[in-house]
Design a protein around this ligand. Structure first.
Ligand code: GTP
Ligand code: MG
Length: 513
């Protein structure tokens, strides 16, 4: 069955929104804006927008009689070929409206399915979309009998094609069964692939459609994923490896996946049939929630994404909220407000590469939260232990000194107990609660030694690649005020100030004032 059917010229359409009495006009307008973008993405040209507030939708025609008449006239006047409703229509409503208008009538779900059908490239995506389309069409079959194919081409008829018209519900049901079986097979294959993959930490990019997930994916990994100012540009999952340099200067590999975006009222059967595509997000260790911060409605988008995650049973995963497209926020005051109202957010532009180091730093912190770092010391006659550690654990640094060997070892949280039990007599220190991207030597730090006039400053570390400067004060307890004064001497912007257990005080600073 061929589902994909290219549209040649844009179809002229009217879009229709229905609001509750006294509902927020601004929000209604934004919902219609989104429907217009969906219609454009599907290849239609929106000539008119209709909005009606009702106590409740009319069971026969969704909108009231007067509005039906108004639309009928517009159809005549402007040669409209298609009417699209923002709300889902019952099969009865759709049938009645088509009779009245004598042109194609679609609802939001039908439109989204249509876009998915146009954008599906791989066998898996095509199968998933076809399944969702058939499930959507099944209760609307009578409408298909009268209207499909020859009379109309274009949007909304990229469902089961000509050959399907003669078939009956039974045939469609059989096809649905077949597709389900095929998807299960794909599921199993994919699961095996995932299992076969190594155990690198996995991040998934998730978020509202058009937020910039693929742009960020490409920036970080050169993945060459299609980026378009269209809804649902991405329907398949891409996974790429990405390398961090960790705080010990050692490369840490992670996997990043990009996948299909979410939208308000994403059809439930579409979500269900995209189960295997979304598996990557479900099985990720960490989520990066990409948000289009230039979008007025971004709070609603965040909620939609959070609800979709819940419906997919994706929960209890560490999530970073990444506010993208900050380059589009012209007004400094607006940006300030966005930052203040989202204290847990990271603010970037994936397209312009703004603030990416900060994002990487936060990603690294997430990984670090699940890892404990130990410093161990061995005598030279304990080389067998040293080799044992090398073979079983992740040694990130080694220091050979005259009378001892020191190792810095990373241990996943869940293996900490085991590690401590086994090596307790060699463990000298636990280096947790460390910043991302500092460098360490045998006494904990490695840097260009530099002393301030009064001798407080012990080390300054520069990581020019990440634009992070790191200042360490030691053996002297300073008040916050004193620390700020100290930082100012060096022309740094204080980024984070905290005191480690013991006497060392550290200041992290960024950028030169
Ligand atoms: N100005 C600006 N535009 C951006 C930025 N990031 C992405 N875009 C644009 O936003 C549009 C959508 O970007 P994509 O990366 O395709 O978005 P996506 O989240 O992958 O979208 P879907 O795959 O459709 O869900 C494209 O036109 C990008 O060029 C940014 O930081 N600033
Ligand atoms: Mg994308």
């Amino acid at each position: 069955m061929e589902l994909i059917n290219n549209i040649t010229s844009p179809e002229k359409c009217i879009i229709v929104g229905i609001g509750r009495k006294n509902s927020d006009r601004e929000i209604a307008k934004e919902h219609l804006d989104e429907l217009e973008l969906l219609a454009k993405t599907a290849g239609a040209e929106v000539l008119e927008r209709i909005y009606q507030e009702l106590e409740k939708p009319n069971p026969a025609t969704a909108i009231g009689k007067g509005k039906v008449q108004e639309i009928k006239e517009l159809i005549q006047e402007k040669y409209i070929q298609l009417v699209i409703f923002d709300d889902d229509l019952t099969p009865v409503q759709a049938r009645n409206l088509e009779k009245e208008f004598n042109v194609k009538v679609m609802d939001r779900t039908g439109l989204i399915l249509d876009i998915f059908a146009q954008h599906a490239r791989t066998n898996e995506a095509k199968t998933q979309v076809e399944l969702a389309q058939l499930e959507y069409l099944l209760p609307r079959l009578t409408r298909m009998w009268t209207h499909l194919s020859k009379q109309y081409g274009g949007i909304g008829t990229k469902g089961p094609g000509e050959t399907q018209i003669e078939s009956d519900r039974r045939l469609i049901r059989r096809r649905i069964q077949k597709l389900k079986a095929k998807l299960e097979e794909i599921d199993t294959q994919k699961e095996q692939q995932r299992k076969g993959r190594n155990t690198l930490p996995r991040f998934a990019l998730i978020g509202y459609t058009n937020a910039g997930k693929s742009t960020l994916m490409n920036l970080l990994t050169n993945a060459d994923v299609l980026v378009e100012d269209k809804l649902f540009a991405t329907l398949d999952t891409t996974v790429r490896a990405f390398e961090f340099t960790d705080e010990f200067g050692k490369a840490t590999k992670i996997l990043i996946s990009d996948t299909v975006g979410f939208i308000r009222k994403l059809p439930a059967n579409l979500v269900a049939s995209f189960r295997s595509t979304l598996a990557e997000a479900r099985e990720a260790d960490y989520l990066l929630h990409i948000i289009d911060s230039s979008e007025k409605n971004y709070i609603e988008h965040i909620k939609t994404v959070e609800e979709t995650l819940k419906s997919l049973n994706i929960k209890d995963k560490p999530i970073l909220k990444v506010f993208n497209k900050i380059d589009l926020i012209q007004d400094k005051h607006d940006l300030q407000q966005l930052i203040e109202s989202n204290p847990d957010g990271i603010f970037i532009s994936a397209q312009r590469g703004i603030n990416i180091p900060k994002l990487l730093q936060e990603m690294q912190k997430l990984i670090n939260n699940r890892i404990d770092v130990f410093k161990l010391e061995f005598n030279w006659n304990e080389m067998d232990k040293v080799s044992q550690i090398y073979s079983k654990w992740d040694v990130v640094k080694r220091f050979d000194e005259d009378n001892k060997i020191s190792l810095i070892v990373k241990v996943p949280n869940e293996q900490k107990e085991k590690f401590i039990n086994q090596y307790s007599r060699y463990i000298m220190d636990m280096l947790n609660d460390r910043p991302a991207n500092e460098e360490t030597n045998s006494d904990g730090l490695e840097a260009n030694d530099k002393k301030s006039d009064d001798g407080y400053v012990k080390n300054i570390i520069r990581d020019t690649r990440r634009d992070i400067r790191y200042v360490v004060y030691s053996n002297h307890k300073l008040s916050r005020r004193e620390m700020l004064d100290e930082v100012k001497k060096f022309n740094y912007n204080p980024l984070n100030i905290r005191q480690k257990p013991g006497t060392t005080i550290e200041i992290y600073a960024e950028g030169i004032k």
